[in-house]
Design a protein around this ligand. Structure first.
Ligand SMILES: C[S@@+](CC[C@H](N)C(=O)[O-])C[C@H]1O[C@@H](n2cnc3c(N)ncnc32)[C@H](O)[C@@H]1O
Length: 222
């Protein structure tokens, strides 16, 4: 739990609190509404799952899925500590984004926050989300943006080297942030993400740049 509050503090510090806004936007773009059955893939300690839970309310259902037992136990401890009644609608499932343990056309909306960049097979992860989404429903994928603008990339990399990693080191979390620069370099641009989603079969795909292109959000409709 201490580790989780440190991370939240660190994310607030590193993003000037903006990560909370980006996550709210990601949930809103997912199209989740009252009573829906929704999935948060790569849920980590559950930031997006808790927001989804507020969105779908106690008549809805949220599944937070991650392959890390440790992350899921942090998410579950948070759920025990918070008092909002709707948070009881969240179930934590240990599973792989590349082999989702759900039947076809099961969910009304899916979110994935800072997960796609980390999965080994991005196409397979999107294919799996496509499979478990109901036709007409959306996935909203929030992550760092791999910009095509050299100036934006230079600012992003400067901030990672000179702000993110040094500040994270102060919290003893340097290792978790050191790989950021290379993982963004190896990630897909917004246009590539749109193209991949359409190839997989999504009927619409639009990537939005956030905060001057530092972050990005893919919205794809099955
Ligand atoms: C950077 S965290 C993001 C957590 C959370 N979504 C957020 O926005 O704060 C990425 C998460 O993806 C999970 N992850 C990476 N690959 C995965 C996979 N193939 N299946 C399930 N979870 C995965 C990791 O365990 C980690 O918790």
């Amino acid at each position: 739990m201490l580790c989780f509050s440190l991370k939240l503090q660190l994310n607030d510090l590193l993003s000037f609190g903006q990560h909370r806004i980006w996550k709210r936007m990601a949930v809103s773009w997912s199209g989740a509404k009252t009573g829906d059955n929704v999935l948060d893939v790569c849920c980590g300690s559950g930031d997006l799952s808790f927001l989804l839970s507020e969105q779908v309310g106690s008549q809805g259902k949220v599944i937070g899925l991650d392959f890390s037992k440790n992350q899921l136990s942090m998410a579950s401890s948070r759920q025990d500590l918070v008092s909002k009644a709707c948070y009881k609608n969240i179930e934590w499932v240990e599973g792989d984004a590349l082999d989702l343990p759900f039947s076809d056309c099961f969910f009304d909306a899916i979110t994935m926050g800072y997960g796609l960049r980390n999965v080994v097979d991005k196409r397979k992860a999107l294919e799996e989300s496509f499979r478990v989404l109901k036709p007409g429903s959306r996935i909203s994928v929030l992550d760092f943006n791999k910009s095509t603008q050299p100036f934006t990339t230079a600012i992003q990399e400067w901030m990672i080297d000179n702000v993110v990693v040094p500040v994270a080191s102060g919290y003893g979390l340097a290792e978790e942030y050191q790989y950021l620069k290379s993982s963004i370099r190896e990630f897909l641009t917004g246009k590539d993400l749109e193209k991949l989603a359409l190839e997989i079969g999504f009927s619409r795909a639009k990537h939005y740049e956030l905060s001057g292109g530092l972050m990005g959000n893919l919205v794809a409709t099955r």
